[in-house]
Design a protein around this ligand. Structure first.
Ligand SMILES: [Zn+2]
Length: 248
C-alpha cells in the first residue's frame, strides 16, 4: 500500500493465492458451523455464525486489530436492507472515540443469490456463500479504514486497502438486489402497472421499489395529492403481482 504500508498494524497477505487460501479456510469453518448457511440457496444464518465470521477475519487477516481497536464491533443480518448488500455504520462518543460500530449485511440479498458465478468487487466467485464473504470484506475495509484514518469512502486509499487485503480491484458489484431484479421485470419508479385488488384490476404508476412496489392509483377520494390536484391512493404490491402496462 503506497505510503501507508509502514504504518499498518497487521501484515498484508503475501499474494493473491494467499488471500484465496485464507478466505477458503474461513468459508470451510463457517459451512461446518451452520447448516442453514451451507444450503443452496442459503436458508438462514445464525448470529453466532456471523460473530464467527468477524472473529475469523480479524484473526486470519488483521492479527486481531479490530478487536483491539473497536470497543464493540457488531455484525448483524437485516431483512429490511434491500438497496445495498452490506453497510458499515458507526458513531463517536463524547471523547470522539469510535463507538456503536456495526457491519450490517442484507439477508434479502444473501437469500436471493442462487446460481453463480457472481462478479463483485472485481472478483468472480462461484457460490452465494463466497459472494457473501466478499461483500462482507468490502464493509470490513470501511471499518479498517475508519479505524486507521478516522473516515472512510471509496477513495484510492480505500481501493488500496481492499486490494492489498482481499484482492478487490473494484468497488462496484453486479449482484441481484431486489431493485435490479424488479427493474429487469420492468418495475421501476415511473413504470405504469396494474394489479388485482379485491377482485378488481387497478392501474397506477410505481412510485418506489423496495421489498414491495409502492403504486399510486388515481382515486377521487385518495389520501395523496399529486400534480393538477389529482388524488391518489397508495398500494404496496408484491413485485410478482404486478402487470406492466404498455401504451397507457
Ligand atoms: Zn463501500
Amino acid at each position: 500500500m503506497a505510503g501507508t504500508s509502514t504504518a499498518l498494524p497487521f501484515a498484508l497477505p503475501a499474494s493473491q493465492s494467499d488471500i484465496l487460501r485464507r478466505r477458503a479456510g474461513i468459508l470451510t469453518r463457517l459451512l461446518l458451523l451452520d447448516e442453514g448457511f451451507a444450503q443452496v440457496p442459503v436458508r438462514s444464518m445464525r448470529q453466532d455464525t456471523l460473530d464467527a465470521l468477524l472473529r475469523l477475519y480479524d484473526k486470519a487477516f488483521l492479527s486481531g486489530y479490530l478487536s483491539r481497536t473497536y470497543a464493540e464491533l457488531k455484525i448483524t443480518l437485516s431483512s429490511r436492507m434491500t438497496s445495498a448488500a452490506g453497510k458499515f455504520i458507526y458513531s463517536r462518543d463524547a471523547a470522539k472515540r469510535l463507538s456503536g460500530a456495526e457491519i450490517r449485511m442484507s439477508s434479502d440479498f444473501l437469500f436471493r443469490l442462487k446460481e453463480g458465478p457472481f462478479d463483485l468487487n472485481g472478483l468472480t466467485v462461484s457460490t452465494a456463500q463466497e459472494a457473501f464473504l466478499v461483500v462482507f470484506e468490502h464493509e470490513l475495509c470501511h471499518a479498517i479504514e475508519t479505524a486507521l484514518f478516522g473516515s472512510s469512502g471509496h477513495s484510492k486509499r480505500f481501493l488500496s486497502i481492499a486490494f492489498s487485503l482481499f484482492g478487490h480491484t473494484q468497488i462496484h458489484h453486479a449482484l441481484p438486489t431486489v431493485r435490479s431484479e424488479a427493474a429487469q421485470k420492468g418495475v421501476f419508479p415511473g413504470a405504469k402497472v396494474s394489479f388485482l385488488y379485491q377482485g378488481k384490476r387497478l392501474s397506477g404508476v410505481v412510485s418506489s421499489v423496495g421489498k414491495t412496489a409502492a403504486v399510486m392509483v388515481p382515486s377521487l377520494m385518495g389520501a395523496y395529492r399529486g400534480r393538477f390536484c389529482r388524488r391518489y391512493d397508495k398500494y404496496r404490491v408484491p413485485i410478482d403481482h404486478l402487470t406492466i402496462e404498455k401504451g397507457l
